[in-house]
Design a protein. Structure first.
Length: 105
């Protein structure tokens, strides 16, 4: 018997959509009292840098520029970085506008 390691020709990403690097200062919460920064975004979610720790499984209000409040679930959190999944995916036009806004800064 023998064993051999191999690398598949195609790697499938767990991501369901393209993520775009951005730097958007936004607020968390229904009243928008807590600041954070979106460091990448897709139509399905975003990665945040926060000033307070978030807990996995928590639903949050994320106040995005030009869009307003969207509900997202914290899928993972590590210290002051968290990955969130939007309850409702962003329309492609809204996603493109956010990326364009972040690029213009």
């Amino acid at each position: 018997m023998f064993a051999a390691d191999f690398e598949p020709a195609e790697r499938k990403s767990r991501r369901s959509a393209l993520r775009a690097p951005v730097s958007l200062d936004v607020r968390i919460g229904k009243t928008g009292r807590t600041l954070c920064r979106v460091i990448d975004i897709s139509v399905h979610g975003a990665r945040l840098q926060t000033y307070s720790a978030l807990k996995r499984g928590t639903s949050i209000w994320l106040n995005l520029p030009q869009i307003g409040q969207v509900v997202a679930e914290v899928m993972w959190a590590d210290d002051y970085t968290a990955g969130c999944k939007f309850h409702t995916p962003l329309p492609a036009s809204v996603f493109e506008a956010l990326v364009a806004t972040a690029s213009a800064r």
